[in-house]
Design a protein around this ligand. Structure first.
Ligand SMILES: CC(C)(COP(=O)(O)OP(=O)(O)OC[C@H]1O[C@@H](n2cnc3c(N)ncnc32)[C@H](O)[C@@H]1OP(=O)(O)O)[C@@H](O)C(=O)NCCC(=O)NCCS
Length: 183
């Protein structure tokens, strides 16, 4: 698997056919995953998923699979899509077994800095269903704020500038070492 970057506990690798069955299990998990990322509850066939993966491999967008560094196990997928005018939309899905382990916060924070520092983005946006409080909580903890909403969903965004301000405001005060006693 081709690693592109990493965070403390996650390797971000290029999408690969090696993970086809992990992808299938995740995207067709209606209870824990699918209902939060699409409203139509149809299952993907293996042929459809393979075709999708092939198109991602060919186009090579910033779409990554996440692998747990200490076990090599699949965590989920994360992407920055529809890049236009230095802005992109974030998408994320974590497989049921790896949810609620802090990987959402870790990976969202990491891909934002990848987007800003490596891809030269100025803004990352996302759309989340109202009935997904866990995801909303993760996005807020990563610095996203609500920019608009409808009956069904909420749009959130983070800008490079707001992330820098947030980092400055939360940076620990620089500790001044005590003066050395005069000899
Ligand atoms: C949403 C998702 C990305 C979050 O990632 P995760 O690794 O499960 O989440 P984390 O463990 O990093 O953090 C979850 C946080 O939400 C909080 N949380 C959980 N359930 C919650 C709820 N019902 N209301 C509010 N907060 C909730 C947790 O307390 C935790 O915060 P804490 O660590 O400060 O206590 C992941 O669960 C997922 O992919 N879900 C299915 C698909 C999906 O929803 N994708 C997003 C579509 S917009």
């Amino acid at each position: 698997m081709e690693k592109v970057f990493e965070s403390e506990r996650i390797n971000f690798v290029r999408v690969t056919e090696e993970l086809l069955y992990d992808y299938m299990q995740m995207v067709n998990d209606l209870e824990c995953v699918a209902r939060f990322i699409r409203r139509n509850a149809e299952r993907y066939t293996i042929a459809e998923e393979r075709e999708f993966i092939q198109s991602v491999i060919e186009d090579n967008p910033p779409f990554f699979s996440m692998i747990e560094r200490n076990s090599g196990e699949f965590i989920g997928n994360i992407e920055l899509r529809d890049i236009k005018d230095n802005a992109a939309e974030l998408g994320i899905a974590i497989t049921a077994k790896k949810q609620n382990c802090g990987y959402g916060k870790e990976s969202v924070s990491r891909i934002i800095t990848y987007g800003f520092d490596t891809l030269g983005l100025n803004k990352v946006m996302l759309r989340v269903y109202r009935d997904n409080p866990r995801a909303i909580s993760v996005y807020e903890k990563c610095g996203f704020t609500v920019c608009s909403s409808s009956d069904d969903d909420i749009m959130m965004e983070i800008t490079k500038r707001s992330l820098i301000q947030r980092t400055e405001n939360t940076a620990p005060a620089v500790l001044v070492p005590p003066r050395q006693a005069a000899l």
